[in-house]
Design a protein around this ligand. Structure first.
Ligand SMILES: [Cu+2]
Length: 69
């Protein structure tokens, strides 16, 4: 298992938090997601054999936000 913190640009309300949480959790291999509106990031616990950081970035982008790290 691995942990990553994605810095996300464009979140403005709780709806954004829910959308990003769902987008990341829908990925196979993502175990846990904690999105913080205050910090503008998402803490992800994932299986690095099943999912990559770039897949997570794509999922966030598809939901309409940008990962900036
Ligand atoms: Cu929002």
């Amino acid at each position: 298992m691995a942990n990553a913190i994605l810095k996300i640009k464009g979140m403005s309300c709780q709806h954004c938090v829910v959308s990003i949480t769902k987008a990341l959790k829908d990925l196979k291999g993502v175990k846990d997601v904690k999105v913080s509106l205050e910090k503008g990031n998402a803490e992800v616990n994932y299986d690095d054999k099943l999912v990559t950081l770039s897949q997570m970035k794509d999922a966030v982008a598809d939901a309409g936000y940008t990962v900036i790290n």
